[in-house]
Design a protein around this ligand. Structure first.
Ligand code: SF4
Length: 343
């Protein structure tokens, strides 16, 4: 397949293509970027620096409101201890992810990230925030996205990832997360991150009540953004965990996840890496390598998804034996420093 597929083709493939056909088409696109029998991975930890949040997304089991019992903000020492433990595990990537905490000013983030960069240098890379948090803290600071991005970059930040995107349609946002951000804000903020020289990624979460058309709209917007900016390093898709959330619901099946990974790989022909989610799919995540994924994380902590039912397996050798048994050579991948920020 040489030409790019459109929304109608994608809908047709989802509804009528066999698993084997989807796999073959996805592997064709994968082969443009990667050797067929090779996959890469990282060992990482998500540090949830605060659980206080005013966004009140109905699919979230993690947050508490300001003034409610159980709210916390991690100290710098707590953060360092978590990073040290990750390093002992052999990992070198941290992703900071927390709630929309109105008591934390932009200076809190800049000080925290500068202290992490100062202590660990380039030995440990970190995803500073998600685009969702970045939108919130820019608005709170009354700064343009460009100015807020410059502040973070000057504090030593290299990456602000595309997390917190779930499904990028305005209807979905209104149904489930009306105080989080608008789709327009999301992409404007992400564009500012790219233009500042930092790196970013695309993400997606499926398994709520989103329609097929909403999934396809999300993919279309992602591909358009990549056409315009070239700033997306990777696309990671994971699945909604419904336990303990206000919205509730049921988990989707692994085969539905694998098919969606294949469709994403085919549609996002301009994104180099398609990543499968061990955090939410556990052992079943590795089968997605056959459906076009090429890369994955082995996370040792993420309170957000664990609170909603995710299970973390710390037997990393045991996990890595699964893709090997499927016929893949797996190699460790270090997070890259953006070329624009090379010292
Ligand atoms: S998903 Fe994130 S933004 Fe939404 S309520 Fe939970 S912590 Fe807050």
């Amino acid at each position: 397949m040489n030409s790019r597929i459109g929304i109608d083709d994608a809908r047709e493939l989802w509804l009528h293509a066999s698993d084997e056909e989807l796999k073959r088409l996805a592997q064709d696109i994968r082969a443009r970027y990667h050797e067929p029998d090779r996959a890469t991975y990282m060992v990482m930890r998500i540090i949830n620096y605060t659980n206080v949040c005013v966004a009140q997304c109905d699919y979230c089991a993690f947050y508490v409101l300001p003034n409610q019992d159980g709210g916390y903000v991690l100290s710098r020492e707590d953060v360092f201890a978590k990073i040290d433990e990750l390093v002992e595990f052999g990992g070198d990537l941290v992703a900071f992810n927390g709630g929309f905490n109105p008591r934390l000013p932009l200076d809190y983030y800049c000080d925290l990230f500068a202290s992490v960069r100062e202590r660990y240098g380039d030995r440990v890379e970190f995803y500073a925030l998600t685009i969702a948090e970045f939108v919130f803290l820019s608005d709170r600071a009354k700064l343009s996205y460009a100015d807020a991005a410059a502040r973070l970059r000057d504090a030593g930040v290299h990456w602000v990832t595309g997390g917190g995107s779930e499904i990028l349609t305005e209807d979905f946002r209104k149904r489930h997360a009306k105080w989080k951000y608008t789709v327009r804000d999301y992409f404007e903020a992400q564009r500012a991150i790219v233009e500042s020289g930092m790196k970013t990624t695309a993400t997606m979460v499926i398994g709520f009540d989103e329609t097929l058309d909403e999934r396809l709209e999300h993919l279309q917007r992602t591909r358009d953004f990549q056409d315009e900016t070239g700033g997306l390093f990777s696309f990671l898709c994971w699945t909604y965990k419904p336990y303990g959330t206000a919205f509730g619901g049921r988990e989707i099946s692994p085969p539905e996840y694998w098919r969606h990974i294949a469709l994403s790989r085919i549609f996002l022909d301009n994104v180099k890496h398609v990543r499968t989610s061990v955090l939410t799919q556990n052992e079943d995540a590795f089968r997605a390598l056959d459906y076009g994924a090429d890369d994955f994380d082995l996370p040792i902590e993420d309170e957000v998804t664990q609170k909603a039912g995710a299970r973390i397996d710390l037997d990393l050798d045991g996990l890595l034996s699964i893709p090997r048994r499927l016929g893949y050579t797996v190699e460790y991948r270090r997070a890259e420093r953006p070329a624009a920020l090379t010292a």
